[in-house]
Design a protein around this ligand. Structure first.
Ligand code: HEC
Length: 98
């Protein structure tokens, strides 16, 4: 990250706090992560998404897994929640492209 980007991001954060608004990107990141940490991390984190046992190899596959886990866990997440968690996991572990 360049110095300019760092300054711009810092400025944005201050602006957001001052205005009380949350930018969409930040809200999505936080929600996907919070949902995962609250409901899914009891069973697994890194080991399920990295290394030998990992089976997901496409973004569609990841989304399908997140969706079925939300059903298994009795959460019945809507499309947006599934998308948020899929993006969070993809950003953090998989780096898959559509
Ligand atoms: C009851 C325990 C449990 C809970 C709760 C749980 N998981 Fe899992 N999960 C597992 C186990 C065990 C595996 C590895 C075996 C498998 O793939 O079925 C796994 C695998 C996965 C995988 C596939 C990883 C890969 O690359 O193969 C994804 C994605 C996943 N879980 C997402 C979630 C999400 C999202 C939630 C929350 C809604 C969740 N899980 C909740 C036990 C759990």
């Amino acid at each position: 990250m360049s110095v300019n980007q760092g300054v711009a991001a810092g400025g944005l954060a201050v602006l957001v706090m001052a205005s009380g608004l949350t930018p969409v990107a930040a809200a999505e990141f936080d929600r996907g992560r919070a949902l995962y940490e609250n409901h899914c991390r009891v069973c697994h984190e890194d080991w399920a998404h990295t290394g030998e046992g990992r089976r997901v190899n496409s973004l569609e596959g990841l989304r399908a897994r997140v969706s079925s886990w939300s059903v298994h866990s009795g959460l019945q997440w809507d499309t947006e929640e599934i998308e948020d968690v899929t993006r969070y996991l993809n950003r953090r572990f998989y780096q898959l492209t559509p």
